[in-house]
Design a protein around this ligand. Structure first.
Ligand SMILES: Nc1ncnc2c1ncn2[C@@H]1O[C@H](COP(=O)(O)OP(=O)(O)OP(=O)(O)O)[C@@H](O)[C@H]1O
Ligand SMILES: [Mg+2]
Length: 310
């Protein structure tokens, strides 16, 4: 079962300000805000949901290819994907655009000031699901609004079951949009915040949504996750974590575990645990594509956590 992972590609530039923003942003002067933060530490990471999920699925040995739009500045990311052996067959360069990018400045209180430039991502609808061959499983993850809508329609029209994973894209959609996605999708995946927004906007509870699809998956950070299928609820424990480094991208690592389970016909108790361990491994590393393991290492850690092997 080969997965087509539709979603964003982005560079994340992370800078750390060794002080507190509050000492430099003076409340009585915000009408003429003009501040410059000296940031000796700077990291540029490969990110974006489709990029991250494809990376994690590759680690697991799953089958799939990402689909997304990128800019002329994509060369270093492309080299990285080639090194990993992740397919670039369904990436499209949008001329005159930059790859989507986030500039994140963090201070010592963990406050963040972020600027996000969508760039090429806003043209994601220029890719069509039908451009890809041998797709048996789909994912619609955060991307340009039009792209998410059209890719969902295209999966549904082609009879390819897909997971709807709105993530940070959630605010772009109203109740009607979201209900349409539910109607088209076979699986829904949210974190707990997105799940509550989903219930508010669609006017349906998670249990009601679960009646309309094969499963609804809700992740809850260190509290583990829940899989709702019909009238059944699977409670998936979190896996143990060595050192907490960076929660960014745990959701994407988890999604790759879900795709892997679906591809390999694993039941939800096992699929959820694979996904859960992926999130736990990811959180031990800064950035979203800096963790790694062999299948044997994964399996032995899986056994330590859950008492059986894959
Ligand atoms: N502190 C933690 N300990 C163990 N596992 C964790 C922890 N945080 C996250 N995970 C794993 O990763 C999964 C996804 O995390 P989370 O619910 O935070 O997703 P998210 O909010 O979508 O994250 P993001 O969007 O930042 O990638 C969790 O369900 C869990 O399995
Ligand atoms: Mg998320």
């Amino acid at each position: 079962m080969s997965a087509l992972i539709c979603g964003s590609f982005a560079y994340d530039t992370i800078m750390v300000f060794q002080d507190q923003f509050k000492k430099h942003i003076l409340p009585d002067q915000v009408h003429i805000l003009n501040v410059s933060f000296l940031v000796p530490d700077l990291r540029r990471e490969f990110g974006g949901c489709a990029g991250n999920i494809a990376y994690n699925l590759k680690l697991l040995g799953g089958e799939g290819a990402p689909m997304g739009t990128v800019g002329a500045d994509f060369i270093p990311y492309a080299d990285w994907m080639d090194e990993l052996g992740v397919s670039r067959d369904y990436l499209k360069e949008i001329y005159g655009s930059y790859t989507a990018q986030a500039y994140i400045t963090t201070d010592q209180d963990d406050n963040q000031i972020t600027a996000f430039h969508p760039g090429a991502m806003n043209f994601s609808h220029e890719n069509k699901v039908s451009d890809a061959s041998d797709v048996t499983l789909g994912l619609v993850s955060p991307d340009g609004r039009q792209g998410m809508i059209e890719h969902a329609e295209q999966f549904a029209a082609a009879g390819i079951p897909f997971m709807f994973d709105p993530g940070q894209g959630m605010p772009m959609f109203d109740g009607d949009d979201l209900n349409r996605f539910v109607h088209q999708a076979s699986w829904l995946a949210f974190n707990d915040y997105e799940a509550s927004l989903m219930q508010e906007r669609t006017g349906k509870t998670i249990e009601q949504l679960a009646q309309e699809v094969r499963a609804v998956i809700v992740t809850r950070g260190g509290e583990g996750s829940l899989v709702y299928t019909g009238d059944k609820l699977h409670e998936i424990p979190a896996a143990s974590v060595g050192q907490l480094q960076d929660p960014t991208g745990c959701g994407d690592a988890y999604r790759a575990g879900l795709l892997y389970g679906l591809q390999n016909n694993l039941d939800w108790e096992v699929t959820g645990r694979v996904a859960s361990l992926m999130g736990a491994i990811k959180i031990e590393h800064a950035g979203t594509q800096n963790h790694g393991f062999t299948f044997d290492e994964f399996n032995s850690r899986f056994k330590e956590n859950f008492g059986f092997i894959l």
